[in-house]
Ligand binder design. Sequence first.
Ligand code: MN
Ligand code: MN
Length: 318
Amino acid sequence: MSDEPTGPPMTDNAFLGPWQGGARDPTFAGALSFMRRRYSRALDDVDTVVWGVPYDAATSNRPGSRFGPQAIRRASAIFDGDPQFPSGLDPFADMTVVDWGDCPFDYRRPQDVPGIIEEQAADILSHGCHLVTLGGDHSITLPLLRAHAAAHGPLALVQFDAHQDTWSDVGGGSHGSFVTTAEAEGLIDTSHSIQIGIRTVAPDDFGIEIVDAYEARELGVSGLIRRIRERVGMVPAYLSFDIDSLDPAFAPGTGTPVAGGLSSADALMTLWGLRMLDWRGMDVVEVSPPYDHADITAIAAATVVQHYLQIRAEGGGG
Ligand code: MN
Ligand code: MN
């Protein structure tokens, strides 16, 4: 006998579903939220908040990552709370994750946006929640790091990226300079920070360890996992996943694509191998749906977060 409920499946789990457990919306229907989690800004007893920051005004080349949160949510609908790969568990069986919606800001006042992101992130963190951010361009990571460092102290930055993002921060409006400012403000512990997948040349490394894309390929997944674990240790860590760390074959929909990058399988296997780190938060940025094809990039980004939430459910992170 099947215990499958009879009658039409309930839709709009994002508004009507239980706080934990799976959703039964068809993948192609219903109100979208990340992995069909309930939309909520009531954060008592919430473990993890997923929200979007649809901001791309700091993009240097191809814009469009303001549409990233919507596309990632849509791609995540296929992960509906059933047992998930690779843990084999339903991450929402005992863990409450909500979708907060998107960070509200006035697009006419881009100079105000970093402060608004930081303030709102700090408010979410003040409830004791873990925060997962869907970008947006990579400039949003700076205010996110400010909020997280205020809560946890300097963080080991684990950055997947084709770019070091250590260019000079003239005016504070570039998506290629968050590391420069984060280092200057003491938000990151550079001696435990590491960048993976780099394949461009920037002026500074600030002592951050770099495993460029070619070296990562030579190391292989297990060697790469070992390098990152040795570097980060058990220092509180923040994951910033720039989707352009992946090769354009695996992430065409991004603002500054660079050939020769990681495969999505290698990146996901590496992330899964880092589940014992002391994670304190994460973002996935630079998904630009206007340049995407067949949702390739949005699916990759949604899967990065799906893996991270399984790590949370297994007790990873503070
Ligand atoms: Mn970046
Ligand atoms: Mn990049």
